[in-house]
Design a protein around this ligand. Structure first.
Ligand code: UDP
Length: 239
């Protein structure tokens, strides 16, 4: 097994659901502390880590009330949900002795500092975890797209997409017993086989920027650190 990390700087996309545990919505304390432990293991490897956090866990809770709402307005609510998750994750990391900074694509200056690229780069160089909140700051986008965008902006070598399934499969592994996991797949092959890896905007951005994506399961203990060590776990989408 390799003894040093395969990457120097990575961008981790955590969906809001990764903080939810088995709850119906919201933030589960045990789950978020486990995420903090997984992240701590990565920081110990001296890998520079930027995180984009989603908001599905909170927005799902209010979505029934948002039915029939104007899409852009609902999207701004979704972005604000990601800010709540970012603050919760920063707090969880602090409990583990980690210095994390939150930067938001929407200005709420009393609460979080705004996204300023050179500052984010400096934090990363200083070994601080940077959590990017509020997605891209624009409605009609997703936090997957924010992950591709911020990943490209900070010069990450890899976008790590944490999911509940441990990679990309030839078919839905929950429905098809013959489904096999791709260890590696190119962007073009993924398009030809119509595999949904990230939303189309995010996927196109990564492909244009030659930014590889690794899909892995955040629910497998230690998977995050193993992937960063270059283990054959999950699926690598390469150029
Ligand atoms: N969102 C948005 N623009 C962005 C990122 C997110 O409008 O750049 C909104 C959108 O409504 C989305 C919600 O925020 O549904 C939460 O983000 P996402 O669904 O990507 O979170 P996840 O599913 O990863 O938890």
């Amino acid at each position: 097994a390799p003894t040093s990390p395969a990457y120097k700087r990575i961008l981790l996309k955590l969906s809001g659901e990764a903080l939810m545990g088995d709850d119906a919505y919201g933030i589960n304390r045990g789950t978020i502390m486990r995420m903090a432990d997984e992240i701590l293991d990565v920081v110990r490897l001296e890998v520079e880590l930027a995180i984009v956090i989603g908001g599905g866990n909170i927005f799902r809770g209010i979505a029934p009330g948002a039915q029939g709402m104007d899409r852009a307005t609902a999207d701004y609510m979704g972005m604000m949900a990601t800010i709540m998750n970012a603050l919760a994750l920063q707090d969880a990391l602090k409990h583990r002795g980690l210095d994390a900074r939150v930067q938001s694509a929407l200005n709420i200056e009393q609460v979080v500092e705004p996204y300023i690229r050179p500052k984010a780069l400096r934090y990363l160089e200083e070994g601080k975890v940077v959590i990017f909140a509020a997605g891209t700051g624009n409605p009609f986008f997703t936090t997957d797209t924010a992950a591709a965008l911020r990943g490209a902006e900070v010069g990450a070598e890899l976008v790590l997409k944490a999911t509940r399934v441990d990679g990309v499969y030839s078919a839905d592994p929950n429905k098809d017993p013959n489904a096999t996991r791709y260890s590696r797949i190119s962007f073009d092959e993924a398009i030809n086989r119509r595999l949904e890896i990230m939303d189309a905007t995010a996927f196109a951005l990564c492909r244009d920027q030659k930014l590889p994506i690794k899909v892995f399961s955040i629910n497998k203990p230690g998977a995050l650190a193993r992937v960063i060590m270059g283990a054959d776990e999950g699926t690598l989408v390469h150029v």
